[in-house]
Each structure stands twice: as structure tokens, then as C-alpha cells.
Design a protein around this ligand. Structure first.
Ligand SMILES: [Zn+2]
Length: 143
């Protein structure tokens, strides 16, 4: 699926890049993604006036390593789908479901199935007491 859910383990909620990096560094990361996107969401391709920076992580559950894979610029609707847990809490799930089905060209049952899988991954990853961060990706910004 082009657009999926990326549920961050509960223990990592406070370890987003924005809070780890110095503001100037976060700005560089964010603006690099915006420049690469060139006014279009990097997931759905739709032109967007306002883009949002999204951090993509992978999880090595055996070694408890949360690794930064990339930072992409996405539209608000894609971002709402990605963080569906938060979106559900804010009552905007309906809109996110529509966007998910449109971007992926799929049905509501596909949505439910994908969400089920994401929730399983999330529950399993929540059992890892502490994740260590791999931020090697950021070396590309070091000059
Ligand atoms: Zn989008």
C-alpha cells in the first residue's frame, strides 16, 4: 500500500526528532524534505500548500532499535492516516478513511485489515521496555 499506518510505540512518543534535535538542525531536516517535495505530498503526489515533515522509523524488535529511515514531506491528510491513533482521538477518522481508500485504491475492509495489522505490530512493539535510537540517517545533513 502506498499509504499506510506508522504507529509509534508508546514508549517512543516523546522521542520525536523535533524534541531531540536542536531547533536549527530540525529546521534543516524539515526544509530539506520540503525542498525535495517541491510543493507536492511525497506520498499521494497531490499539490499541497502546506506540507508537514514526517519521520519514518523502522523497528528492530530483537535488538530494540528504533531506526530513522527518512524524513519526508507529506500533506495533512496523509499525515492523519499515518498517525491514525491520534486522528481517531481527535475525531477525524472519517476523513482519514476516505483518503486512505482513495490513495490506495482500496475498500473499507482493506482499511480495517491494514489497521488490524498495524495495531498488532503496535501492541507487540509496546512490549519492548526501551528502544534505543539509531539516527545515522542524519549524517547526510552534517557538512
Ligand atoms: Zn498526501
Amino acid at each position: 500500500m502506498k499509504l499506510g499506518f506508522e504507529l509509534v510505540p508508546d514508549s517512543c512518543w516523546y522521542s520525536n526528532l523535533r524534541s531531540i534535535l536542536k531547533p536549527a538542525m530540525w529546521d534543516v531536516v524539515r526544509k530539506t524534505a520540503y525542498a525535495e517535495a517541491n510543493g507536492r505530498c511525497m506520498i499521494c503526489g497531490r499539490p499541497a500548500k502546506r506540507l508537514e515533515a514526517h519521520e519514518r522509523w523502522s523497528y528492530d524488535e530483537k535488538n530494540a532499535v528504533q531506526k530513522l529511515e527518512e524524513v519526508v514531506a507529506v500533506c495533512h491528510d496523509c499525515h492523519s492516516v499515518i498517525h491514525i491513533g491520534r486522528t481517531q482521538l481527535s475525531g477525524d477518522e472519517e476523513r482519514a478513511i476516505k483518503h486512505f481508500m482513495k490513495v490506495n485504491g482500496c475498500s473499507y475492509s482493506d482499511y480495517r485489515r491494514e489497521l488490524g495489522k498495524a495495531n498488532e505490530d503496535h501492541a507487540r512493539r509496546n512490549k519492548v521496555p526501551e528502544w534505543s535510537l539509531d539516527l545515522a540517517y542524519l549524517r547526510r545533513y552534517a557538512k
